[in-house]
Design a protein around this ligand. Sequence first.
Ligand code: ADP
Length: 400
Amino acid sequence: MKVLVINSGSSSIKYQLIDMSDESVMVSGLVERIGEEVGSLTSKTFPGTDREVKTEIERPIPTHGVGLEMSIDLICKGENAVCAMDEIDVVGHRVVAGGEKFNVPVVITDDMWPDLTETERLAPLHNPANLGGAKDAIKLFPGVPQVLVFDTAFHQTIPPHAFMYALPYEYYEEDHIRRYGAHGTSHKYVANECARLMGKPLEEMNIITIHMGNGASMSAVKNGLCADTSMGLTPLEGLVMGTRSGDVDPAVHNYLAVNRGLDIAAIDNILHKESGLKGLCGMNDMRDIHAAVEKGDERAKLALDVQTYRTRKYIGSYMAVLGRVDAVVFTAGIGENDDIVRAKTIEGLEPFGMKIDPEVNGTRSKEARKISTADSAVAIWVIPTNEELAIAREAMALVK
Ligand code: ADP
């Protein structure tokens, strides 16, 4: 079975064609700058193997539909084609927000569109693009099952006392305001991997998963099910991110409006795009921040301190949620690559049975690895996430 996984963003499309017989990646590609003067398409067949062939195209790509068609042409036609179009058995799409209705992956049927369109207001930056990708794929692959995998689905087991905000109840009933979380596909994948690597059934494990990339979130996984997560109604709540503030006093909005005369749209933009690490020190890439800290940049040091302190505080609260913690998992760009952030995050948690082995932590690797000491009561892991594979597995399971 071959699954095409599509992650359609506001001006980009990421895709992978996965051969499910051995879960190998046949093609991975990225279409960028859709709608701009010049767009680009980079595609690799059999990436990371000695058969890898890279193709790069630069030309105007006016719409997502055109970008997807160009990608499919490379996959299925021409000299580096890897399979015919009718060999693609199912297409899986990443969708950021599923609301309460879409709590499991679904095969798209025509009657779902009103409910799907309804989800767009929960993630106005992401869902229209995600669902647009699905519409394009339906046109290109008539009759092929199109599966939607929702980032929020894993979090739908969170109980009401954890997902409700203490706001007037009608805002939940009428406006669907509650905590939904995000990155669920990644949290679920690494929790599963952690259980597999530790040789224990997931249903018997309590795990704190930390997805820390440009966007960042944490989950408390209790007996294999999500019990709480740090993102909320939107992916703005929670940890300190590249450009997103994470938790702030909600009164900040009014304070900024009164004292700076900013309107709601401007404040929202600041919290999403001008805050987080960037707001604190002007840089949003952790590699640049470390380089600046080395040179004695105090603001960069502050940004690192605020970011790791916030994450540690969440670990503490999730220990309270879970009672017993079997494992902590770091994943995504920073979580997988940044030993300094991992060490600073866990610093001070030794009395709670969390001890990092500095040597293992400092050794770079692309593999999953345990970075805690032999006498650490809680196992601490670095597990590379693989959202595309997770989506492909969900899509295949559903269609089978
Ligand atoms: P997203 O998918 O949310 O855009 P990623 O998970 O790809 O983000 O993470 C990107 C971030 O990871 C970068 O902004 C950077 O801060 C961080 N990162 C990537 N590589 C490294 C590294 N070697 N050391 C430290 N941080 C890294």
